[in-house]
Design a protein around this ligand. Sequence first.
Ligand code: FEO
Length: 173
Amino acid sequence: MLSKKLEKALNNQIQIEAESSQVYLSMASWAEVQGLEGIATFMYDQSDEERMHMLKLIKFVNERGGHAKVSTLNAPKFDFGTFQKMFQELLEHEIFVSNSINELVHITLQEKDYATHNFLQWYVAEQIEEEALARTILDKINLIGNDKGGLYLFDRDVQQITANSAAAPPSGA
Ligand code: FEO
């Protein structure tokens, strides 16, 4: 049975994952309008992943005797300026999510809830992967600079990352 404190913290994380899904959905839409098809595909895929992160938490909270809450969400930005800035925001957003997961893990220890502690390890590993991916993409972006041909290849590359992650076996999902 979840403590009230942990239930509240998990519900807060449910909202964060839902908002993350909306942020990446808005990024996908922006990229699509710019004609950046590969980046748009990547962002649509990220958005779906965040929804999966949210659902996994909802089911866990309900299974453990809590009640998962579906809240009103803050609207994401509409315009992201440049794709470089957009990927920088993606990294910053993932760091924010990682900090939030770390805080949750901290609460499980305070509450001596080792089942939830164990459950959250999947998110800890997922955050390491997501931050690493964002950093790899930013490194590629720095290599391209303002080269148009580079951008064309980058857009194709990013789409490939999506295709590869879809083909890979689910990492414990
Ligand atoms: Fe669910 Fe990208 O954090």
